[in-house]
Unconditional design. Structure first.
Lengths: 335, 298
């Protein structure tokens, strides 16, 4: 039973990734723009062009190219970047930690803003406080992440320069890191000076990514809490003598989190998608920033590699959400 | 005379649109006594129970009257203090055991949380107490039950759990809101017997909400008959059954099933009686003005 479910799940994941691979592979080859022409100086001979084309395998049929690429991927070889002339897998893995740290930090900020607002709004339901929260949520939601980025750059980068607006870490610093998970490693190594510097760089892009998600969490969770608050077990908890806040936190939060969780999972994947533009905006050296360069340079192997890694991330997040859902729901756990 | 356990004086409540749902209700529950609150569906029985426990929905406004718990006027307390007092002195046995337990928390913590968190008992003492009461309600495998989630227990088991939890903190007053209505008939009898037994053993006063006169006769010493939010008759239970004074009470009795006349349950309460009552209430509503500010607690 469980084995069958896991197997189905695994096959679905593989099918999803395969689908993504096909679509990306085809689309970037149909889209206008010739990567080879961009690599060579103007006036290169046709022979040079053909030689380079053959070198990157672009002279073969689409299907042949796909099969070659896919069999490489299965063996962990994602090909060579056309613009950077380096191993795609190495490039992608080098940048992935920066994007992961940024996204997770943004998720934490979104939770830190959204959860208390949801609880407060549910407790103060029907009052001006709730109305204020609704308005703030509306504003946060109707401005997309990259515009938040611009607003934040204006506010805290230009008008009141508190945070760094560019890069991942100050370039003059000596970095003792062995992995690219700088933030994580700085904490593990107790180099809190570096942690502070990293956070100073990461804070604004993360906040820009977090605000819309925070609004969604606040709104959804508040709504589910309000629906739960009239239920009998909530009434019973009040009779027991628990304060409204205690009732919400002890009896409500876990049950309200279930319906919210799935949507937060989906929204988190959108957030990761948002890193592409936001990283660019803040010159943050992550995967998203690299993706834009890859597209601009028509670097087909690199685009494919990056998209596949993003797809893998999404699939894994969905899996994690489903597992968390089952873990939180005693009915699923036993049934 | 001793201080009543619960005293409701001239309690009136309205919906947001001004429609009255409670009409100057007064009733008293003496220490250790069971008072039945009987009336048909929609009469406002649950509303009275919720008002006493301070859990009226926000759409309901108390516009006059006073609720006194063991001599303390709840209207004089801050919301926080009134909730603390209600938490310490009262308990609720709810109508529907299926929805009155949190589906995502185990039974054990749901039973002990009031003892530990509100009354400040240490958890070993709370645990002993809960096990004693589970034994009292004839739950034979306390270890298993305490570890269960609500959906793993039958309705009857859950109601036993809720009854045990209600008595565990030694409340002075329990509001039981139709505690057997959601259960099937054989289980109803067992549950009723358990409540009666625990009530005698602990000497707890109970405001027992029901629409079933058969239950009234079995469990209560006093009875208040409610119609459309208005008290139509109050009496000793025995006296009421021997000689009901009000036409509505008589009509209600006539509509109650007996084993000798099972079809009676299908007989509605006499139309003429209801028409008379409604006219009486309409006149009273026209002349009514709340004479005090609402008792304030939510
Ligand atoms: N949350 C609410 N908002 C508005 N009106 C309500 C609300 N709850 C109850 N009422 C109304 O108040 C009146 C009294 O309801 P109440 O629940 O006290 O009746 P009851 O005597 O307990 O009936 P039952 O036997 O069906 O439980 C009814 O007319 C009902 O429609
Ligand atoms: Mg009711």
């Amino acid at each position: 039973m469980i084995l069958q479910r896991t197997l189905t799940r695994l096959l679905t994941m593989i099918a999803t990734l395969f689908g993504v691979a096909v679509v990306v592979f085809v689309v970037i080859r149909i889209a206008p723009g010739d990567p080879i022409a961009m690599m060579l100086p103007p006036g290169a001979s046709q022979a040079d062009i053909d030689r380079l084309r053959a070198l990157y395998g672009l002279d073969k049929s689409l299907i042949e190219q796909f099969v070659i690429w896919l069999s490489g991927v299965v063996h962990g070889d994602f090909g060579t970047s056309i613009s950077l002339r380096q191993n795609v897998l190495g490039l992608v893995l080098g940048r992935l930690p920066a994007t992961l740290e940024l996204s997770i930090f943004a998720l934490l900020i979104a939770l830190a803003i959204g959860l208390p607002l949801a609880v407060l709004g549910a407790r103060e339901r029907g009052t001006a406080v709730e109305a204020g929260i609704d308005v703030a949520n509306g504003v946060a939601l109707s401005i997309p992440d990259f515009l938040w980025g611009l607003v934040l750059i204006l506010l805290f980068g230009v008008l009141m320069p508190v945070f760094e607006i560019s890069g991942r870490v100050s370039p003059q610093l000596d970095l003792p890191f062995t992995t690219n998970f700088y933030l994580f490693e700085s904490i593990v190594r107790l180099r809190f000076d570096l942690t502070a510097n990293l956070l100073g760089h990461m804070f604004m892009p993360a906040l820009a990514l977090a605000l819309p998600l925070a609004a969604i969490i606040a709104q959804l969770l508040k709504q589910s809490l309000k629906e739960l608050l009239t239920l009998d077990y909530m009434v019973l908890a009040r009779v027991k003598g628990f304060s409204e806040t205690q009732v919400i936190l002890r009896e409500g939060l876990k049950n309200a989190a279930l319906p919210t969780l799935t949507l937060v999972g989906v929204q988190f994947t959108f957030l990761i998608g948002g890193t592409v533009i936001v990283e660019r905006l803040f010159s943050y050296e992550g995967l998203g920033n690299m993706a834009i360069d890859a597209v601009v340079n028509r670097d087909l192997p690199l685009i494919q590699g990056i998209v596949l890694v993003f797809a893998l991330l999404f699939v894994v997040i969905n899996l994690a959400v489903d597992m968390a859902y089952a873990l939180l729901n005693p009915r699923l756990r036993h049934g | 005379m001793s201080t009543p356990c619960l005293e409701i004086e001239s309690l009136s409540a309205t919906l947001a649109n001004g429609v009255r749902v409670l009409r100057s209700v007064s009733l008293t529950v003496e220490p250790g006594e069971v008072r039945a609150l009987v009336g048909e569906s929609g009469a406002g029985k649950s509303m009275i129970g919720k008002a006493v426990l301070g859990v009226l929905p926000p759409s309901i406004r108390v516009v006059e009257g006073r609720i006194t718990l063991e001599g303390t006027d709840l209207g004089n307390l801050s919301p926080r203090a009134s909730r603390a007092l209600i938490g310490a002195r009262t308990a609720l046995i709810p109508q529907d055991p299926l929805t009155a337990l949190n589906p995502s928390r185990r039974i054990g913590p749901q039973m002990t949380d009031r003892l530990v968190r509100i009354l400040g008992w240490d958890s070993a003492k709370a645990d002993r107490r809960i096990r004693k009461l589970l034994d009292d309600v004839r739950i034979r495998e306390p270890d298993r039950v305490l570890r269960c989630y609500p959906h793993e227990l039958s309705g009857g088991m859950r109601q036993r759990v809720l009854i045990a939890a209600a008595f565990a903190a030694e409340p002075r007053l329990i509001v039981a809101d139709e505690p057997t209505t959601a259960l099937d008939v054989t289980v109803q009898k067992q549950i009723l017997r358990l409540i009666a037994e625990l009530q005698r053993e602990h000497g707890t006063a109970i405001l027992f909400v029901t629409h079933d006169l058969g239950v009234v006769a079995k469990i209560s010493q006093k009875v208040t008959v409610l119609y459309a939010g208005k008290v139509v008759e109050q009496a000793d239970t025995a006296a009421l059954f021997a000689a009901p004074q009000h036409a509505y009470t008589r009509a209600l009795m006539a509509a109650t099933p007996r084993y000798t006349d099972p079809m009676a349950s299908l007989r509605p309460v006499d139309e003429a009686v209801l028409a008379g009552l409604s006219a009486e209430i309409a006149t009273a509503d026209r002349n009514w003005k709340p004479n005090t500010k609402g008792s304030g607690h939510d």
